[in-house]
Design a protein around this ligand. Structure first.
Ligand code: UDP
Length: 239
């Protein structure tokens, strides 16, 4: 069989919640280790990988815990949560023998190096995985937007959005038993059907930059690799 990946460089977006596993909060070591193995399988194919991790397993600016807080202040806490997740992921990669760098959109230089685009691209070319921490570095944005932004900046061929649900459905599959999954859908059709693929800012950026998105489940063994091999997995949003 042909083992040539379809993509040479990808941007993988992991939600913070993906790191919780079965827990109610925080980082589950076993779960993060399993996710790292999925990533390693793709790295071993020679694919260059940038990663953006959310923070929702620890803190979200719009979550009930932040209600009553100044929104920007809460968002900075959310960004710091993504830094913690990124450090946990880097350590799990170290354990798995993967060479990985973390770059942060907020400067915390004793802990992580700052985001420098040229350096990030150089790391990728050297076969290192780069985790982009602290989202975009700005409040009122999300890590989905950070994924679209960094994906465009590093010249990724696609944004892979790893979620708990294995793609985009006609309706919420938890509420509607008749909901069906799209194998592929255009940006325009996703908009006209009002489907929430990513938040609106992230979605618009991907569409403008002609950066396709593949939504898939990180908890399905081998799914990440199938996406990278160009197989039909989850839902592909194309231009
Ligand atoms: N955040 C932000 N700007 C960014 C990215 C993230 O302010 O560019 C904050 C925001 O409060 C958000 C939190 O960080 O709720 C965690 O990110 P997100 O909700 O995207 O995480 P996920 O849902 O993917 O776990």
């Amino acid at each position: 069989t042909d083992r040539t990946p379809k993509y040479k460089r990808i941007l993988l977006k992991l939600s913070g919640e993906a790191l919780m596993g079965g827990d109610a909060y925080g980082i589950n070591r076993q779960t993060i280790g399993e996710i790292v193995q999925e990533i390693k399988a793709v790295a071993d194919l020679g694919v260059q990988i940038g990663v953006v991790i959310g923070g929702g397993n620890i803190f979200r600016g719009v979550a009930p815990a932040a209600t009553g807080m100044d929104r920007a202040q809460a968002d900075y806490m959310g960004m710091l949560a993504t830094v913690m997740n990124s450090l946990a992921m880097q350590d799990a990669m170290r354990v798995a023998g993967i060479n990985c760098r973390v770059q942060s959109a907020l400067s915390i230089e004793q802990v992580v190096e700052p985001y420098i685009r040229g350096k990030a691209i150089r790391y990728l070319e050297q076969g290192r995985i780069v985790i982009f921490a602290a989202g975009t570095g700005n409040p009122f944005f999300t890590t989905d937007t950070a994924a679209a932004l960094r994906g465009a900046e590093i010249g990724a061929e696609i944004v892979l959005k790893a979620t708990k649900v294995d793609g985009i459905y006609t309706a919420d599959p938890k509420k509607d038993a008749g909901a069906t999954r799209f194998d592929r859908i255009s940006f325009d059709e996703a908009i006209s059907r009002g489907l929430g693929v990513m938040d609106a800012t992230a979605f618009a950026l991907c569409r403008d930059q002609k950066l396709p998105i593949n939504v898939f489940s990180i908890f399905k063994a081998g799914a990440l690799q199938r996406v990278v091999m160009g197989e039909n997995e989850g839902t592909l949003v194309y231009c």
